[in-house]
Design a protein around this ligand. Structure first.
Ligand code: UT7
Length: 323
């Protein structure tokens, strides 16, 4: 028998305010047509004034707990992936812990930018396999709208706000790829590429800063590295694209999603796509896609999923899991 980290519940939250591409035409030199064709994005949600990442995360967490039929105090740990924590410290995870009224266990943030949820899943999996925790709430929550330079058309049209969450629970499996739960992970980073996607503020500048991106360069790395990491995680299990029921990709750009699927030889009918509705929500994009994919009736119990993501660092990775 082998311990597995199995998904017991999933949920998400999107702020009420929806901003269409057309709204950007009023303030910058762009068009709905350019944004759609270059990125696949049609609309995104933005948090309200005063609405923080932990607010979004707590709502997604409550939805995932309800789906799991659990109470906050049934959870041993919260791992929250974000690059937009409410404050420099404490962690957004401890703020979610307090908002949920959870009085036991431990909570902390993981920061790997758009790859954050994949890193958080790998981290939660390791805690479950090592016996540190039996039930872990893994959250991806972001308010990237707070990092936008609204005069930079190359970035401000691409990002959105939101949150998604999973409840992972220890369960016994047979030790085969037929088991439910996380089956393999692959994590990578290369700090030499840190200047192609970063925020020009922080503790060292005394400002929050704005997101800066060399889009074309990030695109080039993404197309190459996402298929590589997905293959690496599948190879550990002697599996390939053919065995995959759903790719659940980081939702940055439909052209990156399509190129990765092509390289993995997985048809687009087996890819969960939400980029048109959410834009790039960084660490929230994969749990949002998991929750929406399940609600749409795409993802079903027993399906084999590959989640893959890349972002600032560069940091990238993937997780293979059976739902
Ligand atoms: O989540 C982290 C990972 N991030 C990503 O994966 C993002 C990766 N990059 C991308 O998704 C794409 O590179 C973008 C969507 C950012 C840009 O698409 P692109 O096809 O790489 O366009 P480009 O940057 O090469 O720009 C083409 C043209 C440029 O004009 P010139 O220099 O050819 O005259 C840009 O100035 O499009 C122009 N442009 C725009 N035009 C209208 C850039 N942004 C806009 C805009 N509206 N919003």
């Amino acid at each position: 028998m082998t311990t597995r980290a199995v998904v017991r519940g999933v949920g998400h939250y999107l702020p009420d305010r929806i901003v269409t591409n057309a709204e950007f035409e009023k303030s910058i030199d762009t068009s709905d047509e350019w944004i759609r064709t270059r990125s696949g994005i049609e609309r995104r949600h933005f948090a309200a004034e005063g609405q923080t990442t932990s607010d979004l995360g707590a709502r997604a967490a409550r939805a995932a707990l309800a789906d799991a039929g659990l109470e906050p105090d049934d959870i041993d740990a919260i791992v929250l992936a974000t690059s937009t924590a409410d404050l420099t410290f404490p962690s957004a995870a401890t703020m979610v812990q307090a908002a949920l009224g959870m009085t036991r266990g431990f909570a902390y943030d993981v920061q790997a930018v758009c790859a954050g949820f994949v890193f958080a899943l790998a981290n939660a999996n390791a805690m479950i396999l090592s016996g540190q925790a039996r039930r872990v709430l893994v959250i991806g929550a972001e308010t990237f709208s707070k990092l936008m330079d609204w005069t930079d058309r190359g970035t401000c049209v691409l990002f959105g706000d939101g949150a998604g969450a999973l409840v992972l629970e220890a369960a016994e499996g047979a030790g085969t790829t037929a088991d439910r739960g996380i089956l393999s992970t692959d994590l990578n980073s290369d700090g030499r590429h840190r200047s192609i996607l970063y925020v020009d503020g922080g503790v060292s500048t005394g400002t929050v800063g704005h997101l800066r991106m060399e889009g074309r360069e990030v695109f080039r790395h993404a197309v190459e590295k996402l298929a590589e990491t997905a293959h690496a995680a599948l190879e550990k299990l002697d599996l390939s694209g053919e065995d995959v029921d759903w790719i659940v990709p980081h939702q940055a750009n439909i052209r990156i999603i399509e190129a990765t699927a092509r390289r993995m030889q997985v048809p687009m009918e087996r890819v969960v796509v939400t980029v048109q509705d959410h834009g790039n929500t960084s660490a929230a994009s994969i749990p949002l896609a998991l929750s929406v994919g399940k609600a749409r009736g795409q993802i079903k119990q027993g399906d084999l999923l590959v989640a893959e993501a890349i972002g600032g660092g560069l940091a990238w990775g993937s997780v293979v899991l059976r739902w």
